[in-house]
Design a protein around this ligand. Structure first.
Ligand code: FAD
Length: 397
C-alpha cells in the first residue's frame, strides 16, 4: 500500500498532522510528507476536507470497500433472569437518534434461553429488527459463548455502528468482540454524535482521570464500536404501535472449552440497583469510621434511599464496589443525591452531576462539592445525619 498527498489539492492547513496519532506526517519546505512508520490507519484521510490524501494499492482499496459495505446501528440487548438490563432502552434510544440521522435501521441482538417475547420491548424502544438467539447454552452470560455468537451476528449483518452498555457483562463482551473483529472500541462513552460529512461516529469519553474529554473516531474499520455508561443516555418513551422484524440468525453455538459458569451468586445485603434509585445517600472518607455506616443506613431507610459511595470509601473496603459512584463507578441520575463527607473530586462528580437535586454535607466550607450542590450543610456529618434522621422520622410519622 502507498499513501500519498496531492500537493495541488493540499492547502497546508496541517489538520492531518494533528490527526496522525503516530506523528508520521512531517512538514518541510512548504510540503507535507509521510514517513515510513505509517500504519495506514486512514485518520489523516478522514481529517482532510480537501481530498488531498489517498491510499493506493490493495490495502487502501480493501479498506475503502470494506467500510462501505457496512450499514445500520446494532445494539446489544443484554437480557438476564427474564429481563433486560436497564441500560438497553437507553442505548436503543441513542441508536434510534443516530440511525435517523444516517437514514439507516436500528437492530438489536438478544441472547438467552427460553426468553418470553423479548422482541416486543426492543421494537417499542426503537429497534426495527431483532436478532433473537434462544439456546440452552445462552442461559447464563458466558463471555466466550456470547462473544462467539455476537461476532457471528456482526459478521453476517454487518452494522456500521455497534453500541453496548458498559455493564459488567457488556464491557467484557465489547472488548472481546472488538478484538475478534479487529476493529476499534471506545469504552465508557458519555456522548455520541454523527459527523455527517464523513459518516463517522464521534465517540466522546473522559480521559486523563476525567480532566479531559476525548472525542474518538474509527475511520478505517467496521463496525465502529463503543460502550456507553448506564444512565447517561435517554431512553425513548416506549411506542407499542411500532412494527419490527424478528430474525432468527443461523449461528453456530458451541460450549466454551475454557470457561464454564458453575454458579452465579447475586451479592446480597445492600446491593441496591443504584442506577435506578430515586434517592441516593452517598458517603465518602468523611465518614471516618465504618461503624458510622449504621447511621447512614438508618438515614437511607427513612428516606427509602439507596446507598452510594466515593471511591475512597470503596478502596478502604467499607462498602462494595457496586456502591461506587463516579467515573470508574456508576453513573446515577436520582431525584435527590446526598453527598455526605465527599470532597467533590471531578471523578466523583462525573457520576452524579445529572442528579436533579444535590444536597452536600461537609465540614469544610471550601469543599468543591458545594459548587455542585443545590443545598449545602457545613458541619460534622456524625451530628448532622442523626439530627436529620430524627427530624424526618418525626415529620413522616
Ligand atoms: P476525600 O477527598 O478525602 O474527601 C473527604 C471529605 O470529607 C473532605 O471534603 C472533608 O472535608 C470531608 N469530611 C471529613 N470529615 C468530615 C465530617 N466529620 N463531616 C463532614 N465532612 C467531613 N472517585 C470516586 O468517588 N468515584 C470514582 O469513580 C472515581 N474514579 C477515579 C478514577 C481515576 C482515574 C482517578 C485518578 C480517581 C478516581 N476517583 C474516583 C478518586 C477521586 O479522585 C477522589 O480521590 C475521591 O472521590 C475522594 O473521595 P472522598 O471525597 O470520599 O474523599
Amino acid at each position: 500500500a502507498r499513501i500519498s498527498i496531492s500537493n495541488e489539492k493540499c492547502i497546508r492547513c496541517k489538520v492531518c498532522i494533528a490527526a496522525c496519532a503516530y506523528n508520521m506526517i512531517a512538514f518541510s519546505n512548504q510540503e507535507l510528507g509521510i514517513n515510513d512508520g505509517c500504519t495506514f490507519c486512514g485518520s489523516c484521510i478522514s481529517a482532510c476536507k480537501y481530498g488531498a490524501i489517498t491510499i493506493t494499492g490493495e490495502e487502501g482499496r480493501r479498506q475503502t470497500e470494506n467500510v462501505a459495505r457496512y450499514s445500520g446501528v446494532l445494539v446489544f440487548g443484554e437480557y438476564t433472569d427474564g429481563k433486560f438490563s436497564g441500560a438497553v432502552q437507553e442505548i436503543l434510544g441513542e441508536a434510534r437518534k443516530i440511525a435517523d440521522k444516517l437514514g439507516v435501521q436500528v437492530s438489536a441482538a438478544v441472547l438467552g434461553n427460553r426468553m418470553t417475547d423479548p422482541a416486543g420491548e426492543l421494537i417499542a424502544g426503537g429497534a426495527d429488527k431483532v436478532y433473537l438467539v434462544d439456546h440452552p447454552l445462552l442461559e447464563k452470560f458466558n463471555d466466550d459463548v456470547y462473544t462467539d455468537v455476537i461476532t457471528q451476528i456482526v459478521n453476517t449483518y454487518m452494522p456500521e455502528i455497534f453500541i453496548i452498555a458498559s455493564t459488567i457483562h457488556g464491557s467484557s463482551l465489547a472488548a472481546r468482540v472488538a478484538s475478534r473483529l479487529g476493529t476499534g472500541l471506545t469504552a465508557d462513552c458519555t456522548g455520541l454524535e454523527v459527523d455527517m460529512e464523513r459518516r463517522l461516529l464521534r465517540q466522546t469519553r473522559p480521559t486523563f482521570g476525567g480532566n479531559l474529554m476525548a472525542t474518538i473516531i474509527c475511520p478505517g474499520a467496521r463496525p465502529q464500536m463503543c460502550t456507553v455508561k448506564p444512565r447517561v443516555m435517554q431512553k425513548l418513551p416506549p411506542d407499542y404501535s411500532r412494527a419490527g422484524e424478528i430474525i432468527i440468525p443461523r449461528v453456530d453455538i458451541k460450549e466454551s472449552s475454557r470457561l464454564r459458569i458453575i454458579e452465579r451468586i447475586v451479592s446480597g445485603g445492600m446491593d441496591y440497583n443504584l442506577e435506578e434509585a430515586e434517592i441516593i445517600v452517598s458517603v465518602g472518607r468523611g465518614l471516618q469510621n465504618p461503624n458510622n455506616l449504621n447511621m447512614i443506613r438508618e438515614f437511607a431507610n427513612v428516606l427509602g434511599a439507596s446507598i452510594g459511595a466515593s471511591r475512597a470509601l470503596v478502596d478502604m473496603g467499607w462498602l462494595e464496589y457496586s456502591h461506587q459512584v463516579g467515573q470508574t463507578g456508576k453513573t446515577v441520575r436520582p431525584r435527590i443525591y446526598f453527598a455526605c463527607g465527599i470532597s467533590g473530586a471531578i471523578q466523583h462528580l462525573a457520576g452524579m452531576l445529572s442528579s436533579e437535586f444535590i444536597v452536600a454535607i461537609n465540614k469544610d466550607p471550601d469543599a468543591p462539592i458545594f459548587k455542585a450542590a443545590n443545598v449545602g450543610i457545613v458541619g460534622d456529618l456524625t451530628s448532622i445525619i442523626p439530627t436529620l434522621t430524627t427530624e424526618l422520622k418525626r415529620l413522616l410519622k
